[in-house]
Design a binder for this molecule. Structure first.
Ligand code: T5A
Length: 214
């Protein structure tokens, strides 16, 4: 029987996602990993959520810049809409081509931010994420763990605060607690990396996990 290459079970690549609170250092880490994996001969695709497609980038602007209040349900729906399009246009095809996909945020962000911090319920949001992501589960997730106050101050130095960053410290603490809960439940996939370390050390720690995939 001919296999359907659009089905996640037939994919040939590796799917690695990056999670953390604001300013945890994901972008910095991903840049180092791309360089290292590319030099080792891997075909790498980097992408991010929300965003990664034309539709997703429109949605990103709404989510991060909209000035009036957004219902938590609407917020979740927008993140999921961006993800569905991202899987169709970018993640699915790249995995089917055998690429290593490095994605800055994915389902765990929705579970931590909308499920825990916006109080929609982690289990409930996880179910919606499973539905929308159609079996595209990361092979590995690297969670950069950092005190939210340190992360927010790093992010504030780097750029202007967006709608979600401007939430209270309490909101950001809930996100960290949620990530730690996910880590406790799924230690095989969801690896905790100490983001207080210098960038070079964070990179080393991350690579020890990535190397186990090859
Ligand atoms: N969101 C997203 C949801 O609520 N639900 C969802 O489902 C999804 C997908 C996305 C927002 O959307 C939310 C989460 C977010 O609030 P974003 O702009 O993509 O918005 O925000 P972040 O992903 O948080 O991106 P940041 O740029 O803020 O953080 P990074 O990428 O983690 O951090 P980075 O690498 O840019 O570093 C920040 C600063 O720290 C320095 C860097 O040089 C930089 O100045 N730095 C370090 N300093 C000291 N030590 C280290 N180890 C350092 N590493 C980096």
């Amino acid at each position: 029987m001919t296999q359907d290459p659009s089905k996640p079970s037939n994919r040939r690549g590796l799917f690695i996602t990056f999670e953390g609170g604001e300013g945890a250092g994901k972008t910095t880490l991903i840049e180092q990993i791309v360089k290292s994996l590319t030099e080792s001969g891997h075909r790498v695709l980097t992408t991010r959520e929300p965003g990664g497609t034309s539709l997703g980038e429109h949605i990103r602007t709404i989510l991060l810049q909209h000035k009036e209040p957004i219902s938590p349900y609407a917020e979740l729906s927008l993140f999921l809409a961006s993800r569905a399009q991202h899987i169709l246009e970018v993640i699915g095809p790249a995995l089917n081509e055998g690429k290593v996909v490095l994605c800055d945020r994915f389902n765990d962000s929705s579970i931590a931010y909308q499920g825990a911090a916006r109080s929609l319920g982690m289990d409930k949001v996880s179910q919606f994420c499973d539905f929308v992501s159609q079996g595209y589960t990361p092979n590995l997730t690297l969670y950069l763990d950092l005190d939210p106050e340190v992360g927010l101050s790093r992010a504030a130095k780097a750029r202007v605060q967006d709608r979600i960053e401007s939430e209270t410290v309490q909101f950001h603490r809930k996100i960290r607690e949620a990530y730690i809960e996910i880590h406790k439940k799924d230690q095989k996939r969801f690896k905790l990396v100490d983001a207080t370390l210098a960038p070079e050390q964070v990179f080393k720690e991350a690579m020890t996990h990535i190397k186990t995939l090859f």
